[in-house]
Design a protein around this ligand. Structure first.
Ligand code: KIV
Length: 268
């Protein structure tokens, strides 16, 4: 089946093989139109991130996001038929309680259209990663700042500042590779820690807020386009969608109040 932008479909093995050859571009999307636009812009992978909770659903953290939320938004993204690889986040408590739950929840996301799942954690989730991979579903790891565990980590802070913490992040990435993960997100670490991880494993690293030494980068779409109400210090805003949207709605409201909309062209 052909995909939206007419490029070769990006699979998990294809993405993994980009390490050392081509920098990987990943962006989040949570619905049909933004997935279609991201694919037309030529990204390699679309992440249906649990950042959904904050940038779309208005929660203060990712913790309230449910499997049902992720299924609905993953299915919407999949309906755009992107050539980019669709990766869906496993939300908080969908993989921690038991390996069986984890495999069933990953399977539900795959049935909704995810072509890979991402989950947070290192050595402590290695068995879960193995079981999901054994079920035939590619897994992307996520080390460094793992927002689902922000409370235990002491908040949203840069990770790997002490030698012990840096060592643990490298060890976690290696454990994920050994467990069968095909790539790993490295979030908000010191740049030299991300470089060490990238040099220590054979699967691609995808950085967010961890500097330039990864095999690729990921950002939250709403931060890129200027539609988030809080932008983290490591994100770059490439557009001001909030102003465009506000202005369009103000223009519409003014025209309705002045009797200019609808005009004859809208009701003939
Ligand atoms: O949920 C998300 O958007 C993520 C990225 C920050 C990597 O996990």
């Amino acid at each position: 089946m052909s995909c939206r932008s007419g490029r070769r479909k990006v699979t998990a093995p294809a993405l993994a093989s980009m390490k050392g050859r081509q920098r990987i571009v990943m962006v989040t999307a949570y619905d049909y139109p933004t997935a279609a636009l991201a694919d037309e812009a030529g990204v390699d992978s679309i992440l249906v991130g649990d950042s959904l909770g904050m940038v779309v659903l208005g929660y203060e953290s990712t913790l309230p996001v449910t499997v049902e939320d992720m299924l609905r938004h993953t299915a919407a993204v999949a309906r755009a038929k992107p050539c980019a690889l669709i990766v869906a986040d496993m939300p908080f408590l969908s993989y921690e309680a038991s390996t069986r739950d984890a495999v069933l929840n990953a399977g539900a996301l795959a049935r909704a259209g995810a072509e890979a799942v991402k989950l947070e954690g290192g050595s402590e989730v290695a068995d879960v990663v193995k079981a999901i991979v054994r079920a035939g579903i590619p897994v992307m790891g996520h080390v460094g700042l793992t927002p689902q565990r922000a409370a235990r980590l002491g908040g949203y802070r840069r990770m790997g500042k002490t030698p012990t913490e840096a060592e643990a992040i490298v060890r976690d990435a290696k454990a994920l590779e050994e467990a069968g993960a095909f790539a790993v997100v490295v979030e908000f670490t010191k740049a030299d820690v991300a470089r060490r991880v990238t040099e220590s494993i054979g699967i691609p690293t995808i950085c967010i807020g961890s500097g330039p030494h990864c095999d690729g980068q990921v950002l939250v779409l709403h931060d890129i386009i200027g539609l988030s109400f809080y932008t983290p210090p490591f994100a770059k805003r490439y557009a001001d969608a909030a102003s465009l949207i506000r202005k369009a709605i103000e223009d519409y409201a003014r025209e309705v109040r002045e009797g200019k909309f609808p005009g004859p062209e809208h009701y003939k």
